[in-house]
Design a protein around this ligand. Sequence first.
Ligand code: GLN
Length: 427
Amino acid sequence: MASASSSATSASASRATSSEPVAGQTGPRPATYPAAMQQPISAKAERFTESVIREMNRLAVAQGAVSLAQGFPDFPCPPELKAAVAEAVEADLNQYAITWGSKPLRDAIALATPRHFPEVGDLDPETQITVTCGATEAMIAAMLGLLDPGDEVIIFEPYYENYGPDAILTGAVPRYVTLHEPDWSIDPDELRAAFGRRTRGIVVNSPHNPTGKVFSHDELSLIASLCVEFDAVAFADDIYEHIVFEGEHLPLIAFPGMAERTVSIHSTSKTYSVTGWRIGWTIAAPALTLGIRRVHDFLTVGAAAPLQAAAVTALQFGDDYYRDLAAGYRERRDALLPALRTAGFRVHDPAGAYYVMTDIRDLTDDDDVTFAHRLIADPGVAAVPGSSFFSRPELGRTKLRFAFPKRLETLAAAAERLTRIGATVTR
Ligand code: GLN
């Protein structure tokens, strides 16, 4: 056993000075693991600590707070899906599916995708679709399968915290491009300047976690033209594709020149309220799919067979299901946002996904991490510190992300507690 006296937290912090920063890695944070679990670990693992999103959710549960931290529904999935899982288990679908996904599920994806997004065109389930253990595995399998150590990958920040560790595990070098408030817009010159000789990839997540931004046609056109010019692959995390309130979701893979250079990433998690199923998939040209499948095969062998079977039922839902999904999230958004504004948060309305990134500077001088911990204790609402979505924590110092995939009663309880913030904050 290595004789390490420093905690994992301080080990991470010292690493941070000598390597690319990673979201969620720096800044004060509680040590959630016992000392006996802190050493020795690999140099890669030492560069990132536990997910702050999941940590905040756990603290919320432990302290009885209303959790608007980790983004997952607290309401049931459609009843047809529960029946479909039961049926699959009853039918003894207990052995491995084909490693890149059961044929019925890949066929269902190939049918459903152009039904929702005709511009994507026909898909060949044999060469273009790979079923993964959630979008999380899809992203890391795609990066590992298509990037080499030292390749640069552009990531817009703020960003979903997994992308930093994904790049580290791949050995790729992240280049962060800031989205500018209040509407989280791209500065075209900054984006162009980030592309260079070593650029091999860009991560595009629209609708966007944590801001709710829906990338515009102009922005996606610019990204596409730069990818073509610099021969880069786009990792398009499209998991919120069906949760849009303003504008529309435009699949990056359908932009000119992008069919052969985009991996689009999808999931049952958000669309069907089954985040624990861990069923996702990639859509990519055959040449890209080859790399993804090679990694996926050895990473996980495959996603859970009975849940793949049940996902076929989900993909066959009619258009009304998707309309209701977006309308339900709009209602939740519209329930939470006024409560946040009344409590003193600065808010820019999210156009999609189910998060809102707020600014706390009118409420407190505390930094985001301190304030997030205080809110959990009193009045008992959990959110995620903004710094965990930035490579440079100072950019998120005045921000908190709230997630609203919750029952209206849960949001009402959060709203009621938020009215008490004024009494608890000190400047
Ligand atoms: N995507 C969700 C979020 O950002 C859940 C993250 C997770 O824990 N996988 O909160």
